[in-house]
Each structure stands twice: as structure tokens, then as C-alpha cells.
Design a protein around this ligand. Sequence first.
Ligand code: FAD
Length: 649
Amino acid sequence: IPSGVAARAQASHLVQGPTSTFESAEAFTEVTPSAFAEYQFDVIIVGGGTAGMVLANRLSASTSPSLKVGVVDAGTFNPNGDPLIDVPIYNSGSIILNNSSMSTIGNPQYDWMFQSVPQAALNNRILDYPRGKVLGGSTAINAMAWQRGEQEEYDAWGNSFGNGNGWTFAGLLPYFQRTETWTPPRTGDDALLNGTDPSQIPAASDHGFSGPVSTSYNTFETALDAPSILATVSLGYPLNNNPDGGNSTFLARSGITRSVDPQTGKRSYAASAYYTSSIQSRPNLNVVLNSTVTNIIWDPKSKTPKAIGVQFVNNGQTYSVAAAKQVILSAGSLKSPQILELSGVGDANRLNQLNIPVVLDLPQVGENMIDHPTTAAGYEVQNGTFTLDLISNNQTFFDEQEALYNSTGTGAFTYTAQISGSFPLKSISDPEVYSAMRSALDAALESMTLTPLQQAQYDLLKTWADDGKVGWVMPVMLPRGGLTSVPEGDKRYITVAFYLLHEFARGSVHINTTDPLTMPLIDPKYMSMEWDLEAQTLGGHFLRTWVTGSPLNDFIVAPTVPDSSVVTDADWQNYIRESLVTTHHPIGTTAMASQSLGGVVDPRLNVYGTQNLRVVDAGVIPMTVGAPIQATVYAIAEKAAGLILEDLA
Ligand SMILES: Cc1cc2nc3c(=O)[nH]c(=O)nc-3n(C[C@H](O)[C@H](O)[C@H](O)COP(=O)(O)OP(=O)(O)OC[C@H]3O[C@@H](n4cnc5c(N)ncnc54)[C@H](O)[C@@H]3O)c2cc1C
């Protein structure tokens, strides 16, 4: 059996292998920072990530108005494509191949490599917080799950936070569709669940067919995929035929949608999709790389704070670039608040302490951080079970799959986690346990001083939990080990994990220094609310139940980590405190909500109290949805592009 080292040698071979994701490598010419700073832009986009590249594309396409658009990104871009980004299996390369240089995550060439502050409720652990630091942002390093949340969750943005009908599920649906070119899943004997007929696959009418991002379904399966779905059926849960249509609960019969091009088997992401060579050659669009924006430049003549440009640092040099009409912060939910605070927009007390002149007292900047934390459980499965462990422990399999991928873009190298769906809390809890949790929650909330936004959010969350319709935990299956324990020899594993979709904890991200190149203090405050820990504990019990469902139970040998001694609530809580990590979906730090609720941006995504300044990224999501968030961020940016063009016309 080949060693991991041999597997890594093969893998590094592959790094030179695959060809460009882009139509042609010719179009992209890197602009120098000094040349970029000289241009007279109408719009400057800070951050060429998920939202930023959508805006760059849509705004520079407009003829009325016609706009000169500049994008400043701190990361790099390889127009010839990059296997670590393009080849889906490398998303988890560091785990599968036990080598972080084989992965974008944990690799400073691609990842900001943020870390949280010590988390009091997690035994003071400091958690890694990866974020994409390349053109395309976090979509270049994410796990490619392409899911939407529940209709109620989006409707709340419009109806409960004062943003109006445009920000409801129905209002956003055209923008979800505008983003994607969707390829339906397989049916019949070829389907993930044998015999799935065309009436049981997702509704084409909910999807888009001419958008930049290619979305599709896995075509490669291990021995554990279908049994994991069927196990929930044997436990009495329904399956979801159409999880992207506004009801995302329970496991997706066809697997979840993913952002992978089914023709090439490559990741489809914000740079490959929205910045193709024809877009790269637009004369009115310029992108400057390796350049970190430090602050907004304000018009000294304007009474209300008016953004007229930004400063950025490239290779130790500071540059200023002008924006005649608009500065858009799309630096992501962990970085846009930092830029606002460094520019004097934030809580006046905090800014005063750092001697930053207060341009605008907007106390909610950087508050209201909400995420999806995760706990995972590993099991050893029967010897010889066909799992993805073969990639790291069987050289022949690796070679075959590498050759297959390079010639056809199919096979194990295209695998992304596909068994997932959200489960309402009541569907996995005993009624008595649930009602005890609810009483304790009410008591806890009564003793807290809530912001108006929290009050509105918690009212909704309690209703959703009680109604038992909105998903609360999201189980996910990975057909391999390496996540909770180091795989041994030729053994085979399954990892089951669950995301907590609706935390009550509210974290924050703030600066504690005026140095713009220092990472902000990221404090998700995970499990700081007892309810969250109890909900997460229910998730732990659910994972144990899941693997007892038939026919998955036939494969299970024994739990690895946590081991079989973890049984009671207290055991699970200890395990959760020791092992919980982020699922990488922080939102809410520049929330779109009415001013009376403490919003940072209005429904047109303008920063309250300013002129010519918007935030468009995951930070504007006022309360999280029960799904990974990339599809939602793309939809927000598509909608924002329309709003901006209307306002600038
Ligand atoms: C490891 C990981 C796995 C994930 N998995 C999934 C998944 O499977 N499915 C899913 O739906 N979601 C997933 N997500 C979440 C999702 O990808 C992100 O929430 C989303 O892409 C965020 O988009 P954004 O536009 O807000 O920010 P980003 O896409 O992160 O873009 C921000 C951009 O701004 C740039 N930037 C930041 N600060 C500055 C500055 N000061 N100056 C210049 N440029 C700057 C960054 O380099 C980056 O390009 C994952 C995220 C990560 C990190």
C-alpha cells in the first residue's frame, strides 16, 4: 500500500496538470498600482470576491450609465487557472493528503488565515477562520455547496427588518436564477437514489439557465452516499425533491446542488464565472491585485460624509484612487467592518479609544456577527467499503482517478459533499427536552439586555423553532475519515457532521489597532448561549441515530472520534466545546435593517448617513439563512448591481 508521501508526490504532479479555467489566458493584463491610482474611476469596488466580481461584471457591462469600474483586491489571480482552486478534491486536499500545501485552506497564498479570539465557551480555544484572498474571494476556496435557505428566512429580511418586498424569497428568486446555469441531476437507474424519476428531481422553474456560475450535481458516488440518504428514510424522515425552491428541509433526494462545471469537472467560482477573458478585456474595467484597501477617502467639502475614493497599500507603498460616483465595500463580512472603522465609521467610543477621528457614529458596525458552527463525528466502516479514503491510501486508485479526471473531468476528483439538508429542531428532539430548552431560553433572554435588532431576530427564531418547520441543524455526510481523527492504514471511514443553522449567540468583529494590515478581532462567541449548546447537543445525538438507520448501519464498525464513551448530554457538550469549528458562513456585521433596528445599510445597501458609499457582501445579511451562503451572496450582489445602476443612471 503506497504511503501518504507517494500519494502527495502524485498529487503535486497534478498541480502542474489541469488546463485553464478561462477561455483564454491572453486577456488579463495586470495593471500596476501606480497606473491604477491614476485612472478616473466612476466606481471603486473594494474586494474582488464573490459579491465584488458580480458587481465588477454587471456594472462594467452597463451602457446606461456607462461606468469606469476599478476593483482592488488584496489577493492574486492566475488567469491560466489553478488546480488547487479548480479541482474539487483539493478543497479538502489538506485533509485527504495530509499536506496543507496541497490545499488552498490554511495556505497563505489563498487564505487570509484569520483566527478568532479565544472562545470562552469552547475552553478558550482559538479557531481558524479561513477566507479567500484571491480574485473570486471565498468562492475560490469554499466547499462548493450551492444551497438556498427557507422562504421564511428570506421573507424575514424584507418583512421583519424593514427592507421591503424586494428582499423576500420571491424578490430574490430572479437574482438566484440570474447567477446560474443549472444542469439537472441524473434520473432513473443512473440517479443517486436508483429509480428517481423526473418528477422527483428539483424543479427547473426555480433555477437559471443562462447565468455565469455553472451549477450541477455530483456524478461520482461512494458506497456510502445512497445508504446515508436511505438511512434517514428508514428513521421516518421524508426526502426533499426540490430543496432550492424555498423549502430546504430534510435530505435532498438527488444530493445538493454544487458550483462545479459538469462539462469540465472544475469549480465554477466568482472569478472563473464573472471574469472570463471577454470581461477581462473590457476597457472600462481594471483590477489591481496584491493591494489592500486601508481606508475610505472622504470629501473634505461635504457636510455629510461622502466617499470619493480609497487608499490602498501595495508592496509597502500607499496609493490613493478616486471614485467619482461610488465606493462599494465588498471585502467580506470580516473585512468590510474593519475598513469602515479605520475610516471613522463605527461606534464613536471605540473609535475615540483608538484616536480615530469619528466621521459617523454608527454603533452597529461590526456587531451582529452570526455564523453556522459545526461539530463532526467519525466512524470506522467495514473493511473494503468504497470510500474516498482510497485517494490517500491506495496509489492505484489515485493514479486511475487522476488520469480519468485529466482526460474527462469526471471521477473521484470531482467529488463534493452531497448528502445534506436542514432538519427542524423539533424533528430531532423529544418534546419534553424541547420544552425544557425553550423555558430555559425564555428565562435566559429575560435576563439579557437586547438590542432592537436582537429582539426582532429572537422573536422570529422562537417562532420558527416552535413551529417546527424551519431547519435548525444541517447534517452533512463525508465518505472518508481524516476530519475527527487521523486515518489508520487501509481503514475506511465515514464522517457525519452537523451545522447549527440558527445561533442565538451574537458575535462581533472589530479593530483594536489603527494598523490596517492587522487582522481584526473576530469573536463569534460560539456556544455563549446555553440554548445553542443544547441544540448542538441534539445534533450530536442525531448523528448517532443517523448511522443506525438502514442500510447505513450495515457499514458501521465503531465510532472513532468521539468514541463510544460519548453518550450523554454532558458527554456531547464536552465534546462540542473541544471540537466545534466554523462552517465559514459569517454574516450580519454590516446588517441591512431599518435604522430604528440598528441597521448599517439601507435596503439599497447604502451605508446610513453617508453619500456614495455602499456595502455589498455577506455582511449585509441581517439574519442568517439555513443553508451555506454563497448562492445567497451572489443573489444579493446581482440585485445590488441593478439597484446601483438605477441610482447612478
Ligand atoms: C473554507 C470555506 C468554505 C466554504 N464553503 C461554502 C460552501 O460550500 N457553500 C457555500 O455556500 N458557502 C461556503 N462558504 C462561504 C461563502 O463562500 C462565503 O460566505 C462567500 O463567498 C462570501 O462572499 P463575500 O463576497 O462576502 O466575501 P469574499 O468572497 O470572501 O470576498 C472578499 C474579497 O475581498 C478581498 N479583501 C478583503 N479585504 C480587503 C482589503 N482590505 N483590500 C482589498 N481586498 C480585500 C478578499 O481578498 C476577497 O477577495 C465557505 C467559505 C469558506 C472560507
